[in-house]
Design a protein around this ligand. Structure first.
Ligand code: ATP
Ligand code: LTN
Length: 332
């Protein structure tokens, strides 16, 4: 490869992507492709840390793959694959797990949250999941990892694991840096703007799904929880309005002062409608492209098969060196 920096990221196929996933992560995956070499995966192995219905997981995985393409991941420029198709991730994960402390994993806030939420199934995969995520990144010796702010702690752990490995076995891994967008790194729920917008929210009005149609998008924005004064301005304590302004700003490129001026003297109703229409119009081409791609199963299969071959070739070189470094006998 050339001397461009390498980007790696993943997303779980646990449902349809939300506007939070799109703004915080996936949208940037497309825009980074010219400046960097990019490798992206649908993290289906991560998804089974919580119970999944097998047929649904398979469907969600294919949908996620097609949706990433529809969101702008270009297979001429980037590698896009399904995580379980590339065995090096699990192989490296074992070695990295032997270089990760129980205490470090116990401190992961997502583990604490998810083990409370799924108290009947606190399985060891849920606990060691950040090690697999570190393996996803380190198997390619990636420089940068575009994610939303909620993944920052996992990324710090990946750096610590890499550093520990380097101390024990000699300098080898790069220390991956998070790439977190300045705007929209944490899109909030439309129903409770103190909480992150999340795929797994039970309230369907709390999140915009990328595949929602125009009327649905507008309806959800109209119902968004705001506050009792009527000024569209970005200020502490106005969580709902701040969130809507951030979303509007991301799609229009307008800064907060410009948005305030645009809606001076108008009510929240006008503002919510404008945000809804802007978002719906921006998502429309994605929905159309997704509908086209998901029909063509043969083409999708060709894409993810080639993606996995490229990813395997790349990561195999790294993982073979790791195996040698830790003292495994080289294969003939
Ligand atoms: P789940 O509810 O199943 O935990 P999720 O919606 O949190 O799912 P993930 O698959 O965990 O989504 O995240 C995929 C990517 O989207 C990650 O990079 C994550 O940081 C980012 N992301 C998720 N939610 C948001 C949000 N509300 N705002 C910005 N980025 C987000
Ligand atoms: N754990 C992440 C998804 C994910 C990821 C990765 C992100 C899996 N592997 C590698 C960045 C790099 C999540 O749940 N959002």
């Amino acid at each position: 490869m050339d001397d461009k920096k390498l980007i790696l990221s993943g997303i779980q196929p646990t449902g349809t992507f939300t506007l939070g996933n799109y703004i915080g992560a996936v949208r940037n995956w497309g825009t980074l492709q010219d400046e960097y070499n990019c490798i992206y995966c649908v993290a289906d192995m991560h998804a089974i840390t919580v119970r999944q219905e097998p047929a649904k997981l398979r469907q969600n995985t294919l949908n996620s793959y097609a949706l990433l393409m529809a969101c702008g991941v270009d297979l001429e420029k980037s590698i896009l694959f399904i995580q379980s198709h590339v065995k090096t991730h699990a192989e490296l994960s074992w070695v990295l797990g032997c270089n990760t402390q129980f205490g470090e994993l116990s401190r992961m806030t997502q583990f604490k949250d998810k083990s409370q939420k799924h108290a009947d199934d606190v399985n060891s995969g849920l606990f060691t999941y950040p090690v697999l995520m570190a393996a996803d990144i380190l198997a390619y010796n990636a420089d940068l990892v575009p994610v939303g702010v909620d993944q920052k702690q996992h990324l710090e752990l990946a750096r610590n694991i890499a550093q520990r490995f380097n101390q024990r076995y000699g300098d080898f891994f790069k220390l991956p840096e998070p790439y977190i967008p300045k705007m929209g790194a944490k899109v909030m729920s439309l129903q409770d703007p103190t909480k992150k917008m999340s795929k797994s929210d039970e309230n369907p009005n709390a999140c915009i799904l990328i595949l929602d149609d125009k009327d649905t998008v507008i309806r959800k924005f109209k119902r968004a929880v705001t506050d009792s004064d009527a000024e569209v301005c970005f200020r502490e304590g106005k969580d709902g309005i701040n969130n809507l302004m951030t979303i509007y700003s991301v799609f229009t490129g307008k800064d907060m002062d410009t948005i305030t001026a645009e809606f001076a003297g108008k009510g929240y109703g006008d503002f919510k409608l404008a945000v809804g229409e802007t978002v719906a119009d921006s998502l429309e081409p994605i929905r159309t492209e997704f509908e086209r791609l998901i029909q063509d199963k043969a083409y999708l299969k060709k894409c993810y098969t080639e993606g996995a071959e490229k990813a395997l070739r790349y990561s195999q070189r790294v993982v073979s060196k790791v195996y040698h470094k830790v003292g495994f006998v080289d294969k003939g």
